[in-house]
Write a protein that binds this ligand. Structure first.
Ligand SMILES: CC(C)(COP(=O)(O)OP(=O)(O)OC[C@H]1O[C@@H](n2cnc3c(N)ncnc32)[C@H](O)[C@@H]1OP(=O)(O)O)[C@@H](O)C(=O)NCCC(=O)NCCS
Length: 194
């Protein structure tokens, strides 16, 4: 059930070196359910692993990745990032996106706000496409991303195995020009008919 909106109380900004300790603490608050849905750095954090990941994320050069954080007061409530493809000029118009809101702050409108901030960042820098992937069993994220204008562009079937359990990965994208959106619809009709 949706909780009362409290998004106005959140401050969203770029990740900076002074966030390192808070980011490590944030990773340690994530529940197994949340880490089952987002596991870029694994499905379990120890304090040592959380510190190492936070340090590595903060050290990333901007040509590779831009991090974003959301705070409520001095508590880090959300973390997100855009990853770029500096080694491949042909993909310079694409940014790959990831987002995690801590369990306590989910369903309060913060995820939507962080997505809007990242989209604005991409538009200002003339990116053409924002790309992300999500699991087909993550029933919450599909309406979340669709509501923000993302479309499913492909399915990587049986792409990951958690023990014996296979999981399918849905590739989703938002195209930042009306012309590309139109072409994307045509491509879907041709190659991925319902
Ligand atoms: C997915 C996630 C980023 C969404 O952020 P959030 O702050 O919880 O979502 P918001 O409150 O901004 O909700 C935005 C939309 O998401 C959907 N949504 C949010 N909470 C929901 C819930 N409990 N059940 C169903 N849909 C929900 C709704 O479509 C909502 O639309 P609305 O604003 O028009 O009502 C966040 O819940 C999260 O980090 N989850 C765990 C990790 C994860 O799944 N990350 C993404 C991996 S691909």
């Amino acid at each position: 059930m949706k909780k009362p909106a409290a998004s106005a109380a959140f401050k969203i900004r770029h990740l900076k070196p002074t966030d390192q300790k808070n980011l490590a603490a944030f990773f340690l608050t994530l529940s197994p359910e949340t880490l089952n849905r987002w596991n870029r750095f694994g499905t379990h954090f120890t304090p040592k692993h959380a510190q190492a990941v936070a340090a590595a994320q903060i050290a990333k050069p901007l040509r590779e990745e831009q991090g974003f954080v959301a705070y409520q007061g001095d508590r880090l409530a959300g973390y997100a990032y855009l990853r770029f493809f500096p080694e491949k000029p042909q993909k310079s118009g694409t940014a790959s996106l990831g987002i995690i809101i801590s369990d306590e702050f989910q369903s309060r409108g913060l995820g939507r706000r962080m997505m809007e901030v990242m989209e604005q960042y991409c538009r200002e820098r003339k990116f053409k496409k924002i790309w992300l992937s999500t699991y087909s069993d993550n029933e919450r994220t599909l309406p979340f991303y669709k509501g923000l204008g993302y479309i499913a562009e492909g399915i990587f079937m049986f792409d990951e195995f958690f023990g014996p359990k296979p999981r399918h990965v849905i590739s989703m994208a938002k195209f930042l020009s009306p012309q590309m959106q139109k072409t994307a619809r045509q491509l879907k009709q041709r190659f991925l008919p319902d």
